[in-house]
Design a protein around this ligand. Structure first.
Ligand code: OSB
Ligand code: MG
Length: 387
């Protein structure tokens, strides 16, 4: 595959001639999760799937908006993303000639915030470009890996045994890293026990912003568990307190919620607020910003990995492409379709090999087909926007 992505390569993500964007279809479907997923801010039983189909030149591209029903992980929701795309972002791009990804990003960048809404459009645009170029998305964005390493993120369980049953199940399936969700009241003893039962596995925890600096002593107890990282222990928009905490911890802090873009990532690294970065294309506003953060981490030798948002196969396929970039050096939260859903909206479903990797598709675009009949059967609403 081609040379690693760098800042200038965002402009190279285009076509020989500008592309006129004809239509955008927004769709909300919903899939039941195989089991409820509990994190520090709440419990999810189903996943709303906000899918976006962009059309140009007789071709289409698919993206997924990572927003949930409620503003719990971030301020965006399915409702805010629908409004912002329909009333602001779509009118700024439909009927326009777009030169490349940098051009698209600068049009979307005229509007403040709403990164998940913007990302959904960027994802669909890159899939569309890839299909028009007859190349896989991974190659278009500068991917170099043929396989990406995967881990699993396990929700909070009622008992340690219930959690351990899941740890064992995913280790048996080949997953290379186990991440445990924690919150005050469900943390140190649970993590200690899992570590005791599995002395050698790659293990991490994710608090989803559930602690404050007042909990520093408790978080320091986790140092004895030899974790790969503690993900987002403190507030969702904080850097300073994370820097203070990191100074007193041996374990690396990884930031998720706090990394909202390239400048925040740079500030986090400059201030020592984290030593590892979680990348979510939705959280940072799309491929253009994701590539800049990737290049920053690569340049500074900072470990980077691809997070997840319980996406359908559409978002998952984009994550696989992203994780094929050279700077992604740790297993991602990119599990198989069957870790989440009985049936995915893509065919074939995303599958994890026995060696704990997912193969990066080599066919044009995302490398997965949309299961249109099944998607239709799970659809709650569709909205078609034209130039
Ligand atoms: O913080 O990484 C997170 C899921 C929903 C919202 C936030 C997070 C997560 C996960 C699951 O950890 C990742 C996945 O498997 O998609
Ligand atoms: Mg997280």
């Amino acid at each position: 595959m081609r040379a690693p992505a760098n800042a200038s390569s965002v402009a190279a993500i285009g076509l020989p001639a500008p592309l006129r964007l004809d239509a955008l279809e927004l769709r909300l479907a919903r899939l039941r999760l195989l089991e409820p997923f509990e994190v520090s801010f709440g419990r999810m039983d189903s996943r709303p799937l906000f899918l976006l189909r962009l059309q140009a030149d007789g071709h289409e591209g698919w993206g997924e908006c990572a927003a949930f029903d409620a503003p719990l992980f971030s301020y965006e929701t399915v409702g805010t993303a629908r409004h912002v795309i329909r009333d602001h972002l779509a009118p700024a791009i439909l009927g326009r000639e777009v030169r490349d990804l940098a051009d698209l990003a600068s049009r979307l960048g005229a509007f403040r915030g709403h990164p998940m809404a913007k990302a959904a459009i960027e994802l669909a645009f890159v899939d569309l470009l890839a299909r028009l170029r007859g190349e896989p998305v991974a190659r278009v964005i500068g991917g170099v890996r043929h396989h990406v390493e995967v881990g699993v993120s396990l929700g909070i369980q009622p008992t340690v045994d219930a959690l351990d049953e899941r740890v064992r199940r995913f280790l048996d399936l080949g997953y290379r890293r186990i991440k445990l969700k924690i919150k005050p009241g469900a943390d140190v003893p649970v993590v200690e026990e899992i570590r005791r039962r599995h002395p050698h596995i790659l293990l991490s925890v994710d608090a989803n912003a559930a602690y404050t600096l007042a909990d520093a002593a408790r978080l320091r107890q986790l140092d004895a568990c030899r974790l790969l990282m503690i993900e987002q222990p403190l507030a969702h928009d904080d850097l300073l307190d994370h820097a203070r905490l990191q100074m007193t911890l041996n374990t690396a802090i990884c930031l998720d919620e706090s990394i909202t873009g390239h400048d925040r990532a740079r500030q986090a690294l400059d201030t020592g607020a984290c030593r590892i970065v979680n990348m979510k294309v939705g959280r940072v506003g799309g491929y253009s910003e994701a590539l800049r953060i990737h290049d920053l981490c690569l340049e500074r030798g900072v470990p980077l990995w691809c997070g997840g948002m319980l996406e359908s196969g559409v978002g998952r396929a984009h994550n696989v492409a992203l994780a094929s970039l050279p700077g992604f050096t740790l297993p991602g939260d990119i599990s198989a379709s069957h870790r989440y859903f009985e049936r995915d909206v893509v065919v074939p479903p995303v599958a994890v090999s026995a060696d704990g990797t997912i193969a990066v598709p080599t066919s044009p675009g995302l490398g997965f087909e949309i299961d249109r009949d099944f998607l239709e059967s799970r659809t709650e609403w569709v909205e078609r926007l034209r130039a």
